[in-house]
Ligand binder design. Structure first.
Ligand SMILES: Cc1cc2nc3c(=O)[nH]c(=O)nc-3n(C[C@H](O)[C@H](O)[C@H](O)COP(=O)(O)OP(=O)(O)OC[C@H]3O[C@@H](n4cnc5c(N)ncnc54)[C@H](O)[C@@H]3O)c2cc1C
Length: 813
């Protein structure tokens, strides 16, 4: 079949992801699709996958994506005539210690929150389900009955057939060699068999996705890692429908296959493959068996299933799979190139994800908008630092090694640290700072007081920093604290059309007089919240945009992508040009007034305003805004002067006991004040009306803006969900998010954030209460509430306003 000279969409890669994407593009969107595969379908990582299919993840949307995969694998044969090998065996996860058991209790709660049944069962019940297993060391197990296993090659062939049936053209033996570009757009795909003009490219090239991306100037930060499993001879007494097993404390997994077992694992010392280009001819190939390295898994597996000691090994599979620095896959449109979409880096759950990932990626590629909150897998969660191959390798290997370790709340990575430090790093260290990392930045999480080791000690209950963070919290509520927030992402938006562009993209009115600061969301076409940030007008044609550290690439890309054509506007990322110190607390004005000659009274510098203040001889942008619910300023300082300004503030604040305060106290403070966090409380799945942020939307003004039409549809109609605050009656409870909300004893939603409020002395959670026929304040007040926390029902109280409110900050003098 000759290669066409034009296609609407070219999909690169004939593994499970490419075939699923082509299938959904052709079937659901009737797109003119060409799929190119350099070898044969499945010849990359797909053919040698073990085929376990689990569904539960910590993100509701990704769980939905994985659930969709299962639904698709179940029904695909009816459509294409080709079986997928789907078997709903259920999955057992084994716990051998109390921390793991707590993790499973939380997992079971999350499953319930996301609409899945996960049972917690006793060792005796495990033994009944899986008689060949030694259960003597078990505390218990979780059982998710709808998980299962499938045949990776069969699913892929079935998807490819379905794609062809819907009109997609699939070409094997065609290698993509480059792209013809027009600025940051691909106009044609160059291949060994000719050139195809196209509108959109979807890069599903597995471990080759990085080098394909590089051909168009984009970075796909993944690392091929060697992953091994064995297939054994038959085991007497093993049922063909035996549940798949994950034995994380022994770092291994099992699945039945033709009467024997597939057994593999996630070792703490994984072996990376190349950081350079992956050879194109690595098709249907494996690495040599590495028994020395695999020994650790074998030992553990025999301890769990003693019959394995007497069972022969039919085959070892040692194949490459692409892993990523945070263990999540990579989806969406690349910030560097307007029309290359990526679906890669599947971290050994590409078979489980394949069906659903292709479904959402197809929609994203056709409409230009993610169909749901896919932030945790969005390619825009990375930044320029991820171009460093060594860094990506180190962090990826750490993430791989942690695949089966107990996931403690608040855990930080150890590798690849210290990439970006603020000028205050050494000073903060001297104050006992314990740092965390966010998008390469070292940020103080908390400060260890005298006599406390400056180090996180992780546990499932309250951790060692609990009391120290409480002291920091109280300092901000009662006097004044100083936060180093230099890692904030910051952009300058300039040009004659800057106001018009931003006012179209922002839901709030940002086209205000010079010196005004506006808190705003940016909405997608469904009215969902894509960004949550502040916009300060510094001059008629100059705006200063400040957003969260992790959203640096995402928010700038969102803004740039939605500037209406023909507008004169330009963007500069100035993140590293300014250090940021947030001076917060009732005494913050006393401190600020002592270090600047400018009047900082409420009349001269009211809430929601920005002024340039001279401090220690430097020009400092002072933004009167708060994320803690206290009087305060964000001070944006020319980077090199950050240390000097910090020193003068510390001296001026001495009489109030000023100290640096960390991000864990910030979290506690903002929860009490009910401030929403993007990515958890407010996401592309939630609109401002549901989130209680209708006051920050310019609907009444009649001005057009993105997402307006969708919100207008919603106005006057019952909301299907509404964000509320919860506290538990018991005060020793640890909330981590995703706990189930029960209203009058029935499922009503789940927490999007959880933590502890030291002023109110209670655990606090934010979460949406859902009801198909409508939710309003009366409905919320009317219910009685419980939270399911680690599988236990606890009495809870619902609050409609902030738990802590020192009064209207706008008028407070
Ligand atoms: C040992 C092992 C066990 C696994 N077990 C499981 C499991 O139990 N469950 C699970 O969910 N996942 C598992 N996985 C992971 C799973 O195999 C992958 O996540 C999945 O196959 C990735 O699919 P893909 O389509 O992204 O990549 P691939 O299958 O690698 O497909 C990419 C395709 O792109 C093609 N390509 C590359 N460059 C070009 C070019 N220039 N031109 C044209 N074509 C090109 C390649 O030839 C390749 O066929 C396992 C992986 C390994 C290694």
């Amino acid at each position: 079949m000759a290669l066409p000279t034009h296609a609407q969409i070219v999909v690169i890669g004939g593994g499970i992801i490419g075939c699923s994407t082509a299938y959904h593009l052709a079937r659901d969107h009737h797109a003119d699709v060409v799929l190119l595969e350099q070898g044969k379908l499945t010849s990359g990582s797909t053919w040698h996958a073990a085929g376990l299919v689990g569904q539960l993840r910590s993100s509701a949307s990704i769980t939905q994506v994985l659930k969709y995969s299962v639904e698709l694998y179940k029904r695909l044969k009816e459509e294409t005539g080709l079986d997928t090998g789907w078997k709903m065996t259920g999955c057992l996860r084994l716990a051998t210690n109390e921390d793991r058991w707590t993790e499973f209790k939380r997992l079971a709660t999350t499953a319930g929150s996301f609409g899945m049944e996960m049972e917690l069962i006793s060792p005796a019940e495990v033994k009944k389900l899986w008689p060949l297993m030694d259960v003597s060391d078990l505390v218990g197990a979780s059982f998710l009955p709808t998980d299962g296993q499938a045949s990776p090659s069969d699913i892929t062939q079935s998807l490819a057939k379905g794609a062809r049936m819907a009109g997609a053209k699939i070409h094997e033996g065609v290698t993509v060699t480059g792209f013809e570009m027009d600025g940051n757009r691909i106009v044609a795909v160059k291949t060994t068999e000719g050139t195809i003009q196209c509108e959109t490219v979807v890069n599903c090239a597995g471990q080759w996705a990085r080098q394909i991306g590089a051909m168009a100037g984009i970075e796909v930060p993944l690392q091929p890692v060697k992953h091994q499993y064995i297939i054994t001879e038959k085991l007497a007494g093993l049922a063909t429908d035996a549940a798949t097993i994950r034995d994380p404390d022994r770092r291994t997994y099992f699945k039945e296959e033709v009467g024997g077992l597939v057994m593999g694992g996630y070792e703490p010392d994984p072996i990376a493959w190349t950081t350079g280009d992956v050879p194109g001819d690595f098709q249907f190939k494996l690495f040599d068996d590495d028994w020395d390295h695999f020994e650790q898994h074998l030992e553990q597996a025999i301890a769990r299933v003693p019959a394995l000691a007497e069972t022969g090994v039919r085959q070892m599979i040692n194949g490459p799979e692409s892993f990523t620095p945070d263990g999540n896959f990579i989806l969406g449109v690349a910030p560097e190139c307007a029309n290359m979409f990526v679906g890669a880096g599947f971290n050994a759950f590409g078979i489980a994800s394949g069906g659903g990932a292709g479904w959402v990626l197809a929609q994203w590629a056709v409409t230009g908008e993610a169909p749901m909150d896919l932030w945790v897998v969005d390619i825009r969660r990375f930044s320029a630092m991820h171009r460093n191959r060594e860094w990506v390798k180190e962090r990826t290997l750490e993430a791989y090694g942690k695949h089966y370790t107990v996931a403690f709340p608040h855990e930080e990575y150890q590798s690849g640290r210290g990439v970006i430090v603020s000028p205050l790093y050494e000073r903060l260290k001297a104050h006992g700072a314990v740092f965390g990392s966010k998008l390469g930045w070292e940020r103080p999480n908390w400060f260890a007081p005298q006599g406390v080791e400056p180090k996180d000690v992780y546990s499932m209950g309250r951790q060692n920093w609990f009391a120290a963070v409480g002291d920091e919290h109280r300092l901000v509520r009662e006097a004044v604290g100083i936060f180093d927030q230099s890692s904030f992402a910051k952009y300058e938006v300039s040009g004659a059309g800057a106001a018009e562009a931003l006012n179209w993209i922002a839901a709030n009115n940002v086209d205000r007089e010079v010196g005004r600061l506006t808190y705003t969301q940016m909405l997608n076409s469904r009215g969902g919240i894509e960004c949550d940030l502040t916009v300060s007008r510094l001059a008629e044609d100059l705006f200063y945009v400040v957003t969260g550290t992790g959203f640096r690439t995402h928010d700038l890309a969102w803004i740039k992508d939605h500037v209406p054509a023909g507008i004169d506007v330009s963007f500069t990322d100035v993140t590293e040009a300014f250090g940021t110190l947030s001076l917060m607390g009732p005494r913050s004005r006393d401190v600020l007034a002592a270090v600047t000659s400018t009047d900082v009274s409420n009349v001269a510098l009211p809430f929601g305003h920005v002024r340039v203040l001279p401090i220690a001889g430097h020009q400092v942008r002072a933004l009167r805004v708060t994320y803690v619910g206290e009087l305060g300023w964000e001070l944006h300082i020319p980077l090199a002067a950050t240390g000097e300004v910090f020193d003068v503030l510390m001296t001026a604040g001495e009489r109030f006991g000023i100290r640096p305060v960390g991000y864990r106290a910030l979290e506690s403070l903002r929860l009490e004040k009910g401030y929403r966090a993007w990515g958890s409380d407010i996401t592309p799945n939630d609109n401002p009306l549901e989130a209680g942020l209708g006051w920050a939307v310019k609907l009444k003004k009649g001005a057009p803006f993105m997402g307006r039409a969708a919100l207008e549809q919603q106005v006057g109609k019952p909301l299907k969900k509404q964000l509320a605050t919860f506290t538990t009656v018991r005060t020793d409870v640890v909330l981590v998010g995703r706990e189930t909300i029960l209203r009058n004893g029935a499922f009503a939603g789940y927490l999007t954030s959880g933590g502890f409020g030291y002023t109110v002395g209670k655990p606090i959670g934010l979460g949406y209460v859902r009801n198909a026929t409508g939710v309003d304040d009366a409905y919320l007040r009317d219910g009685s509430y419980e939270l399911v926390v680690a599988n236990e029902r606890l009495a809870a109280e619902l609050h409609l306003g902030p738990l802590y409110d020192p009064g209207n900050l706008k008028v407070k003098a």
